[in-house]
Design a protein around this ligand. Structure first.
Ligand code: GTR
Length: 333
């Protein structure tokens, strides 16, 4: 009797094991999978937190079928490299600045121009409306699906040498720029030497003196430790380059329509979540820099900077369709 029940127990266990193995060998329900997302910033940064939030939403809305794993702190590489990896499908989701996309998606140049957006309200009005959708759609022929924009505030000049008050103060400074020809030209137009470098190399380049300074928003300057070496932060607020969240077209094409809608909605919701985090991050980073003794230089009149940078409009926005895009951005209320 006992022997028989032991045999039955073993048979039951073997059947259960067989079932587990069979299930593991089968594809998950409707293409369930983990999506790999890249970000250059550290975990605490608002963009990283926003993609983590998007992942929560995607899991909840897909009944746990899909998850997003965020590789922050450039674990998957610098922005230019992660963009290429996203194009070939090795990375599924990428949160990057529009600037490193300038050479790939021409329309991104329009939103990268200096002194284009007048305020955060103007930027939101443009990006939340049809112009924003048009720029997002422009990614598709190049192997990406534009999902949403994230805020990035205003970028200002900082350096280790001297307070910058006017374009004359920029002369001869070696300034790092994002890897975008437009940004290099913008910096050169001010008389500085523009050095395009990956973001992750800025800290070392500052501490070894390869560069004198760079330009960025408050949170990037503080969260990435640039403020420890570059002690002068001048509020030029010369550009407001949006961040973009893209999905690899390869990953997108593998999704059924209802999952695509789910990813789009979760991305857009994460952008709103990000906006709240962003305002707080800007405030906190500025306060941290000031508390650490950074000399913050108010620029009473940014007009000389604007005038000096203006030639980049004609140089990069020659194409009539791009000209029209810029005109519509400027005209938006
Ligand atoms: C930051 C942006 C990063 C990166 C960086 C840079 O503002 O969030 O994605 O592009 O600027 O200057 O390289």
């Amino acid at each position: 009797m006992r022997a028989r029940s032991t045999m039955a127990g073993i048979a039951r266990k073997a059947a259960a094991l067989l079932m587990t193995l069979l299930l593991a060998a089968l594809p998950g329900p409707a293409g369930a999978r983990e999506f790999r997302a890249a970000d250059t910033h550290p975990e605490s940064y608002p963009t990283v937190q926003a993609v983590i939030e998007m992942g929560r939403q995607v899991s909840a809305r897909s009944g746990g079928r899909h998850t997003i794993r965020v590789f922050h702190s450039r674990q998957l590489g610098e922005e230019k490299e992660t963009i290429e990896q996203t194009r070939v499908g090795a990375i599924d989701i990428n949160r990057v600045s529009l600037a490193p996309f300038n050479g790939i998606v021409p329309e991104t140049q329009a939103a990268t121009l200096p002194f284009l957006f007048r305020s955060a309200a103007h930027l939101h009005a443009v990006l939340d409306g049809p112009i924003g959708d048009e720029i997002l759609a422009a990614f598709e022929p190049h192997g990406f699906v534009g999902l949403a924009f994230y805020d990035s505030g205003a970028r200002s000049m900082y350096n280790a040498k001297r307070p910058i008050r006017s374009p004359e103060d920029m002369k001869g400074l070696r300034m790092r720029v994002q890897q975008s020809d437009l940004n290099a030209a913008m910096m050169a137009a001010l008389g500085a030497t523009a050095l395009p470098l990956p973001f992750g190399e800025v800290v070392t380049a500052l501490s070894t003196g390869i560069i004198d300074g760079a330009e960025n928003n408050w949170p990037s300057y503080v969260h990435n430790e640039h403020f420890r070496m570059a002690r002068y932060y001048s509020l030029t607020r010369h550009s407001m380059i949006p961040e973009v969240l893209v999905m690899s077209k390869k990953a997108w094409d593998g999704l059924p329509a209802e999952d695509r809608a789910l990813f789009r909605a979760a991305a857009r919701d994460s952008a709103l979540h990000m906006r709240r985090l962003w305002e707080e991050a800007e405030r906190a980073s500025e306060a941290a820099a000031r508390a650490a003794g950074v000399e913050v230089v108010e620029i009473a009149d940014a007009e000389p900077f604007r005038r000096a940078m203006l030639p980049v409009y004609d140089r990069f926005i020659g194409d009539p369709a791009l000209k029209d895009l810029v005109r519509r951005i400027q005209a938006a209320e």
